[in-house]
Design a protein around this ligand. Structure first.
Ligand code: HEC
Ligand code: HEC
Ligand code: HEC
Ligand code: HEC
Ligand code: HEC
Ligand code: HEC
Ligand code: HEC
Length: 345
């Protein structure tokens, strides 16, 4: 060790000088770039980058110049336009998938993703994903056109993000979120980190449900949360999210089929997570005990994925559900009738 240390002390400065010489002609460091580009007084609103949000992304690890190769030491005084690398250079597989869809004529990668604020599927909430689509697809138009065949279109679109029906993923996860109980007419609002801090105080917000702190939610923990009178203003709601991100953006025929979601076969749609908001508006997932979500009485009283109870091991729970007024959606009318009846309770 000692010997190597001496050796390093001799060679390291030389090595650095040797490397620095050819590089110094081109590169500023990320901090230099952000010195100007995180300050709208220096570069104007159009060219400003939210430093806090950028540095937390995986893209920040590459630095600015990886994607803006042509930038020179004299920038911005050189008056030269700065190059932007193409997303397709690095995201080849996913890029090919998207570019093969007709939607690629309508929207580029950067129309949906801010290259300086990229996130993975698992850290974004359903409503935030939908916000990307609403930039171009007007909310009221989407609701109207879907309501022609889809009952409770706005409920569906809150609980089922656009990409669940409009991309080709193989399977789905049920993701639970804590929501603020409010007037049904006002809709459905995800609790923010600050909302939940009011309940958890000094403790981590995950401890509101994850009582033993093992980062896994059991049926007992769900039940304890739901029955705790201190949390009567909070409610668990579920969303149905693809378990992997496909960019095959299109309209899939089987999504007309109500039974695709409401009467899926045994074993499907039982992988579930609890998504907890972090301060920066992203989400972190904890796993939920398999099957717990199907216990509509105590697991998730406000999430009625009726069909998913078609599992042999869930007979007892199924029975409870039937007694409670739920059966398989035989048809659209039956389901609406039943859920109306249920809502009276
Ligand atoms: C992963 C690649 C990538 C990284 C890393 C990256 N950028 Fe960008 N940047 C882009 C792309 C692509 C565009 C063009 C976006 C468009 O066409 O809308 C862009 C656009 C910009 C713009 C023009 C204004 C805007 O927001 O569209 C500025 C300024 C900028 N980048 C600065 C930076 C700085 C400073 C850093 C480092 C802190 C950085 N970029 C890191 C890919 C990147
Ligand atoms: C001294 C402040 C300053 C620094 C440092 C700086 N920029 Fe800029 N940058 C600017 C200004 C001002 C503009 C607008 C120039 C213009 O409109 O001609 C700009 C424009 C840009 C643009 C958009 C240019 C275009 O062609 O539309 C990009 C991309 C960019 N900078 C990236 C970077 C990157 C990457 C770095 C670090 C390697 C960096 N800048 C460092 C001030 C700075
Ligand atoms: C220089 C290479 C490079 C370029 C150019 C690039 N990316 Fe990435 N990107 C990566 C790497 C590396 C990762 C992390 C591993 C992965 O998810 O593939 C990543 C991850 C992502 C993620 C997921 C983030 C997460 O937290 O999981 C998104 C979304 C993304 N990139 C979008 C884009 C978009 C949109 C563009 C074009 C504006 C782009 N990338 C350009 C290298 C690049
Ligand atoms: C129509 C909108 C849209 C377009 C266009 C789009 N994406 Fe995405 N992409 C999404 C959504 C929605 C997600 C889920 C995460 C999120 O919301 O940011 C996502 C996620 C990703 C991820 C993370 C995947 C993961 O498993 O977590 C990468 C990487 C990515 N996109 C790259 C790209 C690239 C590259 C392009 C262009 C070829 C592109 N996207 C075009 C909507 C889009
Ligand atoms: C930059 C604008 C833009 C964004 C963002 C965008 N779209 Fe589109 N999309 C269009 C345009 C333009 C069309 C073609 C006209 C139309 O059908 O409205 C289209 C068409 C569609 C179609 C019907 C065409 C087909 O191939 O079946 C679907 C489905 C669709 N978009 C879904 C989405 C989803 C889901 C998102 C979000 C993940 C999204 N779009 C985001 C612009 C956009
Ligand atoms: C429950 C599944 C489902 C959800 C959720 C969903 N869609 Fe659709 N969508 C469909 C189906 C099926 C069609 C084809 C309907 C038709 O042909 O009349 C369609 C058609 C479309 C079209 C083309 C026809 C039109 O209405 O203009 C667009 C654009 C579209 N959807 C966008 C969206 C967006 C944006 C979202 C999210 C805000 C969304 N969809 C959510 C299933 C869904
Ligand atoms: C992509 C999956 C998916 C498809 C396709 C789908 N649904 Fe749903 N549906 C859901 C989800 C998720 C909910 C919300 C469950 C909850 O939160 O209680 C829901 C809720 C409902 C509700 C309201 C239940 C309540 O709580 O009031 C009715 C009624 C309904 N769906 C009927 C239908 C009909 C009829 C079709 C076919 C035209 C259909 N759904 C297609 C996933 C889907």
């Amino acid at each position: 060790m000692n010997r190597n240390f001496k050796y390093n002390r001799l060679w390291l400065p030389l090595l650095i000088v040797a490397l620095w010489l050819p590089l110094s002609a081109s590169a500023m460091e990320m901090d230099d770039c952000l010195g100007c580009h995180s300050d709208s007084d220096m570069v104007g609103d159009e060219l400003v980058i939210d430093e806090g949000k950028f540095t937390e992304t995986v893209h920040a690890e590459m630095g600015c110049v990886t994607c803006h190769e042509s930038v020179t030491e004299e920038h911005p005084d050189d008056g030269e336009a700065v190059s932007n690398s193409s997303c397709l250079d690095c995201h080849e597989e996913l890029g090919d998938e998207y570019m093969a869809t007709s939607h690629a004529d309508n929207a580029t990668c950067s129309d949906c993703h801010n290259p300086h604020q990229v996130h993975g599927l698992n850290t974004v909430s359903g409503p935030d994903m939908n916000a990307q689509c609403f930039q171009c697809h007007e909310g009221p138009d989407v609701m109207d056109s879907h309501a022609e065949w889809l009952p409770q279109a706005s409920l569906h679109i809150t609980k089922v993000p656009c990409i669940t029906c409009h991309t080709a993923a193989e399977g789905y996860d049920i993701v639970l979120n804590i929501t603020q109980k409010q007037d049904k007419l006002k809709g459905y609002r995800f609790s923010s980190h600050a909302d939940l801090k009011e309940y958890s105080g000094e403790k981590e917000i995950s401890r509101l449900i994850d009582i033993d702190g093992d980062s896994h939610i059991s049926l007992t923990e769900l039940r304890t949360f739901n029955l705790n009178p201190a949390y009567s203003e909070l409610e668990l709601g579920g969303t149905l999210v693809p378990n992997e991100m496909s960019h095959n953006l299109s309209t899939l025929d089987n999504r007309y089929d109500c039974t695709f979601c409401h009467a899926a076969g045994p074993g499907s749609m039982q992988t579930s997570f609890l998504a907890l908001p972090s301060e920066d508006g992203l989400y972190q997932r904890l796993t939920v005990e398999e099957g717990a979500i199907l216990d509509t009485l105590y697991g998730t009283p406000n999430f009625y994925m009726t069909g998913s109870t078609r599992s042999a091991s869930m007979n007892i729970i199924g029975l409870i559900i039937i007694c409670g007024g739920f059966i398989m959606p035989i048809g659209h009318g039956t389901l609406r009738f039943l859920t109306r009846k249920n809502r009276k309770h």
